[in-house]
Design a protein around this ligand. Structure first.
Ligand code: NAG
Length: 349
């Protein structure tokens, strides 16, 4: 009797050793501080009460923000959320819509967001990343090939149909201005999305000679004046997106890319192919991008001239990585105040 008890205990111990997950250990131990509650100012419009037992709720005075959520960028996402709330005059009127890879531990992400922002209105939508994974062709930076990076293509399908307008934000940015101003960008002339345009960038260089030398493909931009835009900050009319079937159009370009290489970078070029030249403009202050440095040497970048409402660490380097490594770029100091990560020192005290 006794030896069998000892034996089974031993076996259970062995089983535990083998099934204890060792991957993602560094992500799982991240602990974040709780943000304070943010209150509406008196001039804020009152939202109509949400109908009971319904997650499908949209109010013209609500600001709906979409972001992706994953373990690797969680620290950035939490800083971005804090920055949105802190600079908003009506923070209680903001609802967040997070897209998380369905394979990831989304209950952990939900618990982490709830712990840091107990008052936040948010939903988490699972994204079947295998759907996008099969469409991704390898690009110069492995991070761009992460399927969740393509979730922005599918927002109109992932979010409930009652959500008709969304502000999409990347996870490596902070706002230093009221998101209501960005959300109020007029989408004139039937524009589906609004984003800052950069017409001085060499648009030709985003597509391969294969694309430009193909007679029918090169006609894609005929009758348009296409300019580069960054897809990290966008205001999207989801109703027009759904009506126009733009998810299908983007997927078709991704399928073509699998067969013949028509562009280099990851998720951006299909957006350019479908929308460039037809988007509503947004002031450049709303996407001071490139602060992550260049893709090859990781050099520090400076701000573009002009006012700043949003700082975006697009590019290879991320401020939290450089701060942890004690090798920050000067502008990383502007990200640090939004970092809610508990340092080991704070945990002890
Ligand atoms: C733009 O890029 C293309 C392809 O990379 C290049 O051939 C062309 O010379 C560039 N044009 C300018 C004005 O730099």
């Amino acid at each position: 009797m006794l030896p069998s008890v000892i034996l089974s205990t031993f076996l259970i111990a062995i089983i535990f050793i083998f099934i204890t997950p060792t991957t993602n250990a560094s992500a799982a131990v991240l602990r974040f501080r709780e943000a304070p509650k943010f209150y509406n100012s008196e001039s804020c419009p009152t939202l109509s009460p949400a109908p009971a037992a319904s997650t499908c709720y949209d109010d013209a005075n609500a600001i709906n923000v979409a972001m992706t959520l994953d373990a690797a960028y969680l620290r950035g996402s939490i800083a971005a959320i804090l920055s949105v709330l802190q600079h908003s005059s009506c923070p209680e009127n903001i609802a967040f819509h997070f897209v998380a890879a369905s394979s990831a531990a989304s209950h952990h992400l939900r618990a982490t967001i709830s712990a840091s922002f107990p008052y936040l209105q948010f939903q988490i939508y699972p994204f079947d990343d295998s759907a996008a994974a099969g469409l991704i062709s390898t690009s110069i930076r492995a991070a761009l090939d992460c399927p969740l990076n393509y979730a922005r293509n599918y927002l109109a399908d992932l979010l409930p149909s009652c959500i008709t307008k969304i502000v999409y934000l990347d996870s490596d940015l902070v706002l230093v201005d009221d998101i209501a101003k960005l959300a109020a960008t007029p989408l004139l002339n039937g524009a589906v999305l609004a984003a800052p345009e950069y017409c001085n960038a060499n648009f030709t260089s985003y597509f391969t000679p294969t694309f430009w030398s193909n007679p029918s493909l090169s006609l894609t931009f005929a009758n348009r004046r296409p300019c580069y835009f960054n897809t990290g900050v966008m205001v999207i009319d989801l109703r027009r997106w759904r009506d126009g079937g733009y998810t299908t159009q983007i997927v078709e370009w991704m399928e073509l890319q699998k067969r013949m290489r028509i562009y280099e970078l990851g998720s951006l070029p299909p957006f350019l192919l479908v929308f460039a030249g037809n988007i509503a403009p947004v002031d450049h202050r709303w996407n001071q991008h490139g602060l992550g440095g260049d893709n090859f040497r990781g050099l520090c970048r400076d701000l573009h001239p002009g006012p700043v409402s949003l700082l975006h660490w697009s590019g290879k380097g991320k401020p939290w990585v450089r701060l942890d490594a004690n090798r920050p770029c000067p502008l990383d100091a502007l990200w640090a105040p939004y970092d809610l990560l508990r340092t080991p020192y704070i945990l002890e005290s």
